[in-house]
Design a protein around this ligand. Sequence first.
Ligand SMILES: Nc1ncnc2c1ncn2[C@@H]1O[C@H](COP(=O)(O)OP(=O)(O)OP(=O)(O)O)[C@@H](O)[C@H]1O
Ligand SMILES: [Mg+2]
Length: 347
Amino acid sequence: MITTSGLTKVYRSRGREVTALDGVDLHVREGEVYGVIGQSGAGKSSLIRCVNLLEKPTAGTVTVAGQDLTALAGRGPRAGRELRQARSRIGMVFQHFNLLSSRTVQDNVELPLEILGTSGKDRSRKALELLDLVGLSDKAKAYPAQLSGGQKQRVGIARALAGDPKVLLSDEATSALDPETTRSILQLLRDLNRQLGLTVLLITHEMDVVKSICDSAALMENGRIVESGTVSELLATPGSELATALFPVGGEATGDDRTVIDVTFHGEAATQPVISQLSRTYNIDISILGAAIDTVGGLQVGRMRIELPGRYEDNVVPIGFLREQGLQIDVVGASDQEPLLVKDGAK
Ligand SMILES: Nc1ncnc2c1ncn2[C@@H]1O[C@H](COP(=O)(O)OP(=O)(O)OP(=O)(O)O)[C@@H](O)[C@H]1O
Ligand SMILES: [Mg+2]
């Protein structure tokens, strides 16, 4: 639904150059919620502004819903009109809401429709429908100053939906909100994603945001995407920083004659039955030291750290059993033992 290829943005001001985007290849599938996470200055806002051509990329292409937006930019009046139309199909939500304080809630939502030339009656009908959708039907005549932060962001979201967009872009939409309001706004975005089939690309610096609603995520550093994929794909990638941050597990061995392993599961196998099977089959007691598990689309994804009695060499068979069940197993703090034993096993 959104594809960028070699997207590059270099800002030039007073003789200095800043490369904010350095060849970004991003692919957001239709109907998914995609989170881009990264530290301040990583280039997240530049990315989202280039995706809707609020900022003109220095190089590379942006395709949204099959249309190459970069090809339309700066190519005369006809292409300019097409670009404006294409842009109206991309909704944008901002951190500081960007509402007009002199207009009522309803008039704020109607603004993009005025620009599109929609008639007064249709504008009003559409705005009220959208306010209902975001749970604010009783606030149509209120002014932004009379609303809480969460309510203001709901207005921002209703306004973003006015042009019936296929894609919603969100730049830190919840950063100015308290944790509880953040949860309700994220839930609203998730509901809209499901109800309207809306593709959502969101930018955040909070891992919790990614964790609570994203199907896929990318990690951005210095203008580049250094990791990306669905949550399952990230979990399946050994050493993935995003997977570790999304599913942190802690816990240490309770004694020398114990083996600690991390069990990663990404949907293929449910972990709990496997762990109890393991316990029954080999008649061993298993302690769970830590776990970070989520259910995504009805499937369990996450990591669990467990402790088995005995040293690594005593546990080769149970660990082999877990691997046969399609689980990814990493032996914690035993990186130099494992290859040795694999060699032994080959004898
Ligand atoms: N209009 C601009 N002119 C010059 N440099 C800019 C401009 N906008 C951004 N930059 C620079 O580009 C880099 C990336 O900025 P960007 O705003 O995309 O980061 P960000 O990841 O959104 O950060 P934050 O989390 O703080 O919002 C930074 O070094 C920033 O100073
Ligand atoms: Mg930013």
